[in-house]
Design a protein around this ligand. Structure first.
Ligand code: HPA
Length: 277
């Protein structure tokens, strides 16, 4: 059922792409832009913009800062698919609904998927405005998008999560950041259901469990992409110190405010990365 829905969405997107460009070039990469990172989409040349509401099966985000547009186009002549905004489970979507766009994008031939997000820094060595390449994740609180009868066309019943975030992609991303003088860490991302921010006690517990940053997205998509056999790179923009780590009360506005601060660095980094894939 979810495979059929993903195929239907992929067929529609492919039809729109071939309407604009005669020969279909499979995207080298699919990049999902999270909170505060949406402006990267402005760098895409000759963009074909498809609003999520036009694609059957795609949910439209209710969160500010998530535009809700799928963009096919070129970054330095490399064909890419870009999801400008995502939906979250806390918006009332099922995990399967949340990952449907990624399943469609992998069916369209994207073998590399870059999942980005804004996250709270848990590690004391991290600073606001820096980035973290996700090395691994904690997903204890997630209802897996793979729940239910397995659809073999989508992937294996028991996919391995030994290297959910592809080692080679992580190395390339870190190298590109170093070349550009961008400060990046490598760490563990903890998924929390949200939408309320965490309590200070939850953050202390997550730190003991080994988390370096916390957020409310990305992990469902990672699991679906690994299931589909795609390589995943996860990138967190550290938009705030996690709950209890500063005097300031957390707010979504502060998360979105990071956009102007990180847009250039993030855009240059992603451009360099896409050229290296
Ligand atoms: N917690 C959870 N999600 C987030 C945070 C946070 O501190 N910052 C940005 N997304």
């Amino acid at each position: 059922m979810w495979f059929d829905k993903a195929c239907q969405a992929a067929d529609y997107i492919k039809m729109k792409i071939t309407e604009k460009y005669k020969d279909y070039k499979a995207p080298k990469v699919c990049i999902v832009l999270g909170s505060a990172l949406g402006s990267f989409a402005d760098r895409i040349e000759s963009p074909l913009i498809i609003p999520y509401r036009d694609i059957e099966g795609f949910s439209v985000s209710t969160v500010s800062g998530h535009a809700g547009r799928l963009i096919y186009g070129f970054v330095k002549e490399n064909p890419i698919l870009c999801m400008q905004g995502r939906t979250h489970i806390y918006e009332g979507n099922s995990p399967q609904q949340v990952v449907l766009p990624l399943r469609a994008c992998t069916l369209l031939g994207a073998k590399n998927v870059v999942l980005t997000n804004a996250a709270g820094a848990i590690n004391y060595d991290y600073n606001v405005g820096e980035f973290m390449v996700i090395e691994d994740h904690l997903s204890f609180f997630l209802d897996s998008p793979l729940f239910g009868k397995n659809e073999d066309d989508l992937g294996l019943r028991f996919p391995s999560m030994d290297e959910a975030y592809d080692k080679e992609l992580r190395e390339i991303a870190i190298e590109c950041a170093k070349e550009l003088g961008i400060s990046v860490h490598s760490g563990v991302y903890a998924y929390m259901k949200g939408p309320q921010f965490e309590t200070p006690a939850e953050i202390r517990a997550l730190r003991i469990l080994g988390a370096d940053a916390v957020g409310m997205s990305t992990v469902p998509e990672t699991i679906a992409c690994v299931h589909a056999g795609a390589k995943v790179l996860g990138i967190s923009c550290l938009s705030n110190l996690a709950a209890g780590m500063s005097e300031k009360k957390l707010s979504h506005e502060d998360v979105n405010r990071m956009e102007d601060i990180v847009a250039k660095e993030f855009g240059d980094w992603m451009e360099a990365l896409i050229c290296r894939l």
